[in-house]
Write a protein that binds this ligand. Sequence first.
Ligand code: NAD
Ligand code: UDP
Length: 319
Amino acid sequence: MKRVLITGAAGFLGSHLCDRFIKEDCYVIGMDNLITGRIENIEHLFKEENFHFVNHDVSNYVHVPGELDYILHFASPASPIDYLKIPIQTLKVGSLGTHNLLGLAKAKGARMLIASTSEVYGDPLVHPQTEDYWGNVNPIGPRGVYDEAKRFQEAITMAYHRFHGVETRIVRIFNTYGPRMRLNDGRVLPAFIGQALRGEDLTVFGDGSQTRSFCYVDDLIEGIYRLLKSDYVEPMNIGNPDEISIADFAEEIIKLTGTDQKVIYQPLPQDDPMQRQPNIDRAKKILSWEPQVSRQEGLKITYDYFKSLPEEELYKKEH
Ligand code: NAD
Ligand code: UDP
């Protein structure tokens, strides 16, 4: 039985990864300090014999008894309002946390996959973004704490691979959505759906012409699983190339929720990328992977999830 350590296990993506590896008959150690995660995301796994949860901040020394086959490092604040609120922790988990886990991977002979991001491309000057584009990041801007932590994370991961021979994988994740996102995490999809459910106007930042390309979580998890099992060491984009402007996205949410909310415009945050779309030729060729779930299908499932939450969740303030 493969033994897998998943950091950020109580978060949105980490919890879906735990589900997947349990389904693949692995022994899963989920690690999280709950700074942006929710224990509710993994509570259903507590009855599984093959699941063990450890409450720990991975920016501090990480000790895991026994063997490990795989480490998936997903711990990190991931939404702009989270990493603006906890900038130092964000830098630490991407740098010190990654260093600790690479050391653990080296000691255990484990293969390590890191969650990188489309944010390494910054406000991109190449469109769609291919993996060989080096990016356009403002290192000292407010988003720099996340973007540069992730760029450092990639650099130290490649160094451990080249210098110590650790088996490493790097996934560059583009905007992903689905059940278990926090309704109040500030990301655009939960923000819009939350506003629609509370009967508030939808807040579009800037003029709404900036674009994103949204990937449904099941597609992402499948891509990550295939990348882990492959022997590909260079970074790999995983995302859905179906690009949409944020203004059009707001209209889509209004239609989906059947509400008659208006759109209101608010200032664009500093360094907000103007366009983002993954080029996924590499994933298609090497992993035979491409997204299967349309935005229409994925949004419907996600909306039903948010609707099913207790009403007080809708009014919970950011922690
Ligand atoms: P999330 O906030 O839901 O999950 C992150 C989890 O990491 C949380 O449970 C949090 O408590 C935990 N965590 C943070 N710092 C920690 C620390 N020092 N020690 C232990 N646990 C810690 O976010 P998510 O959307 O699930 O993102 C997971 C990973 O994927 C992150 O590394 C993020 O950068 C990356 N990513 C996500 C997306 C996306 O669209 N969701 C896009 C690009 C990259
Ligand atoms: N956005 C918006 N209204 C909101 C929240 C976000 O218009 O209430 C915009 C944001 O400025 C960005 C896009 O939606 O252009 C995606 O934002 P998100 O925080 O989801 O992800 P990221 O910017 O990290 O891709």
